[in-house]
Write a protein that binds this ligand. Structure first.
Ligand SMILES: Nc1ncnc2c1ncn2[C@@H]1O[C@H](COP(=O)(O)OP(=O)(O)OP(=O)(O)O)[C@@H](O)[C@H]1O
Length: 181
């Protein structure tokens, strides 16, 4: 940064106040001619506060929108600036479907369906019990043996990732003797 000595000095004073906790819940407005380094000074202040200080940048035109109210746009920017981070851990099972067996009791409806899903990974083969909701998911995703799936243990959501390489030629219209030249 070239020149702007008094502005930089003022920024230094504000930085010290932030570090001492004397300016909490207050705002600082930098005013000046366009292109005179206001954004530059703000960025420098954030850098000086360390890695953890969040910096959210927004242009004036982002606030004026037909889809979002000004209050909503500003609230979102403030949330971003506060830098709330949510960490979530989920248990996931991934593997190739070997077999799906569904028991349908003749008397009651779909709600009481149970079943078993055999999954194969590179290390082991596991048999998982299925509830009616997971069976519904299986049908929706049209999962069959040979598919590679991912199961979210907490929610029971099943996602189809693809098809096993060894089964990828199952429906090809050629025999094993077919040779390509
Ligand atoms: N004193 C300075 N020394 C070095 N570069 C500067 C200086 N002032 C401005 N610049 C450069 O000019 C460009 C515009 O600066 P900056 O975006 O910080 O200005 P601004 O005051 O925020 O502008 P605007 O009012 O248009 O938002 C940047 O590339 C910045 O590096």
């Amino acid at each position: 940064m070239v020149g702007q000595r008094s502005a930089r000095k003022a920024a230094g004073v504000i930085l010290q106040m932030i570090k001492d906790g004397k300016i909490a819940r207050r705002a600082v407005l930098l005013a000046g001619q366009p292109g005179t380094g206001k954004t530059g000074i703000a960025m420098g202040m954030v850098k000086a506060l360390g890695e953890e200080a969040p910096f959210a940048m927004m242009a004036g035109s982002e606030i004026i929108s037909l889809e979002m109210s000004k209050t909503e746009a500003l609230t979102q920017a403030f949330r971003k600036a506060i830098g709330v981070r949510i960490k979530e851990e989920t248990k996931i099972i991934e593997g190739e479907v070997v077999e799906v067996s569904i028991d349908k009791p003749a008397s009651s409806g779909a709600a009481s369906m149970t079943g078993k899903l055999t999954l194969k990974t590179t290390e082991m083969e596991t048999v998982n019990d299925l509830g009616s909701k997971m069976i519904e998911n299986l049908n929706k995703e049209k999962i069959q043996s040979g598919d590679i799936v991912m199961i979210d243990k907490a929610s029971g959501k099943i996602t189809k990732l693809g098809r096993s390489f060894t089964r990828s030629c199952d429906y090809d219209a050629m025999g094993p003797q077919t040779k390509f030249v």
